[in-house]
Design a protein around this ligand. Structure first.
Ligand code: ZN
Length: 140
């Protein structure tokens, strides 16, 4: 008998629920300040640009560039053992300079990924009702 290994799962809270709800609906939703329009990720209780507490969320284009990446060769959790090697990346979103998120690059050979590559969001079922926004090479 084998036991199903679940991935490490998020624990949404009032700041992060919109991100996870959006992902479940196939949208990349990022926190945005209602006062100045500044995007920030991960979500925070205050705007890092203008110090407003009036924060909302907005769907973004899902387009961006690979800012940096690595290719793990050892699983830090049993769920990842059959997924090696994969691309763990920081993607900078087009909406704002410096707006970055940690993600995976999928649908490509890890050896072909380069800093600066154009990527677009796609969504990967994570299990237990969660969907993970990940990125693939952008269509030309
Ligand atoms: Zn602001």
């Amino acid at each position: 008998m084998t036991t199903e290994v679940l991935p490490p799962l998020p624990l949404p809270n009032e700041l992060t629920a919109a991100f996870w709800d959006g992902a479940n609906q196939g949208k990349l939703v990022i926190q945005r300040c209602n006062a100045c329009g500044h995007f920030q990720h991960a979500p925070e209780p205050i705007c890092a640009n203008c110090l407003s507490f009036d924060l909302g969320y907005a769907a973004v284009s899902g387009k961006g560039s690979v800012y940096t990446f690595c290719i793990p060769t050892q699983a830090f959790h049993p769920w990842f053992e059959d997924k090696l090697p994969f691309v763990l990346a920081v993607v900078e979103l087009d909406e704002q300079p410096g707006l970055k998120m940690i993600t995976n690059i999928v649908e490509t050979n890890p050896d072909n990924v380069k800093v600066g590559d154009r990527v677009e969001v796609t969504f990967s079922p994570l299990g237990e009702g969660f969907t993970l926004p990940v990125f693939r090479p952008a269509a030309q």
